[in-house]
Design a binder for this molecule. Structure first.
Ligand SMILES: Cc1cc2ncn([C@H]3O[C@H](COP(=O)(O)O)[C@@H](O)[C@H]3O)c2cc1C
Ligand SMILES: O=C(O)c1cccnc1
Length: 358
């Protein structure tokens, strides 16, 4: 059997440049380690770019949108129509991520991966890409969320977006998502990939009440109970419990790692996609940076499973790529410090004395 594209090797990180970047951090005019995580970020980016002086010049933010059959179970505080309504808001500039993309000088694209209501493309927005796989997934609490063909199609949406990005010269990829109900498939995937219970992994999403939360946990338990998880591959789990936009993000993360583009992961839903991507191709992990910890309580368990230490913890629980976009200036500042600070020798500053330096 031939290997699927997502199983192909990812680019190796540049260990030589990593060592050089570590050495440079030790020479800059500051006590060693005093810039904390910013030092790690610069070293990581240097090793990924293979460039001792890393820089983020052309970030791309892509929102993947999709609808979910499971909303029929009453798992969201908002109606399904909001998915398509928000697509319009993204391209018109009114959404949180639209503002964050602009203030961070990042390109924003929106991809419709499969929505239940018609997206009006009459305005011919350049940023809007139509890749409708179907009018939303099937209800994952009752049956497979998607067919094997739909999974392949959805994965290839992300693959194609990243390949186009590579041609355009992007050097950082941020995936955002929009899909009413998508904290339910994300939590279900989180359970399946980490082994945590639905009670631990499930949160309020857009703001359901206590009764809604109890019901949402039950819906996810029902979805998990219809599967023999130990007998399923990572991609079969994604097909059973995922969403079109989630699978597209999985495809995007994998292709980023294969093409050597770092991806900055956002919140709960994109981290579920990151988990799937790492299960389907473990080499992807090196290319993922984690921006923030969402207030959706299950997020920390997904992050732990990925051994990820996110940069920020701001109480965000929006998605759309908003947490990743908020962390982008930190990445840029980490690079600027790494590249622009003087070394002890350049600034003629005495370094730590032999006796006291540890
Ligand atoms: C106006 C609005 C904008 C959003 N932007 C992101 N989400 C977020 O909320 C949804 C997931 O939560 P749940 O599973 O509870 O439906 C996703 O669309 C996610 O991106 C939004 C939700 C709403 C209502
Ligand atoms: O963290 C997220 O991505 C998130 C949390 C709640 C609702 N939508 C998205």
């Amino acid at each position: 059997m031939t290997q699927a594209w997502w199983e192909n090797d990812c680019l190796a990180i540049n260990e030589k440049v990593k060592t050089q970047a570590e050495e440079r951090q030790g020479m800059l005019t500051k006590p060693p380690g005093s810039l904390g995580r910013l030092e790690d970020v610069a070293i990581t980016l240097a090793s990924l770019y293979g460039d001792e002086k890393p820089e983020i010049k052309q970030p791309l933010i892509t929102i993947f949108a999709g609808d979910h059959g499971v909303v029929a179970q009453g798992v969201s505080a908002f109606p399904q129509a909001v998915t398509v309504e928000m697509i319009r808001n993204f391209v018109k500039g009114g959404a949180a991520i639209s503002v964050l993309a602009q203030v961070n000088d990042a390109e924003l694209k929106v991809v419709n991966c499969g929505t239940a209501f018609e997206v009006d493309f009459a305005d011919d927005y350049e940023a809007l890409i139509d890749k409708q796989v179907g009018p939303g997934t099937a209800d994952l609490s009752l049956e497979s969320a998607m067919s094997a063909e739909q999974l392949t199609q959805a994965l290839s949406i992300g693959q194609q977006v990243v390949e186009q990005g590579k041609k355009d010269g992007i050097d950082l990829f941020i995936a955002g998502e929009m899909g009413i109900g998508n904290t339910t498939p994300a939590a279900a995937l989180g359970c399946a990939y980490t082994g945590q219970s639905a009670a631990v992994m499930t949160g309020r999403g857009t703001g359901i009440d206590d009764a809604g939360l109890t019901h949402k946990i039950m819906v996810i338990e029902k979805a998990l109970a219809r599967l023999q998880l130990t007998e399923l591959s990572a991609e079969q789990i994604l097909k059973e419990l995922g969403g079109f936009e989630i699978a597209a993000i999985v495809g995007a993360y994998i292709r980023c790692a294969q093409l050597g583009i770092p991806a900055l992961v956002d919140g709960f839903i994109t981290t579920a996609a990151a988990l799937a991507a790492c299960k389907m191709n473990p080499q992807v992990h090196d290319w993922l940076l984690f921006s923030h910890q969402s207030d959706e309580p299950g997020h920390q368990f997904m992050l732990e499973a990925l051994e990820a230490k996110p940069l920020l913890h701001l109480g965000l629980r929006l998605g759309e790529g908003s947490g990743a976009a908020t962390a982008l200036p930190l990445l840029r500042q980490a690079c600027a410090l790494h590249n622009g600070m003087a070394t002890f020798a350049e600034a003629a500053i005495s370094s730590a004395s032999e006796e006291t330096a540890s």
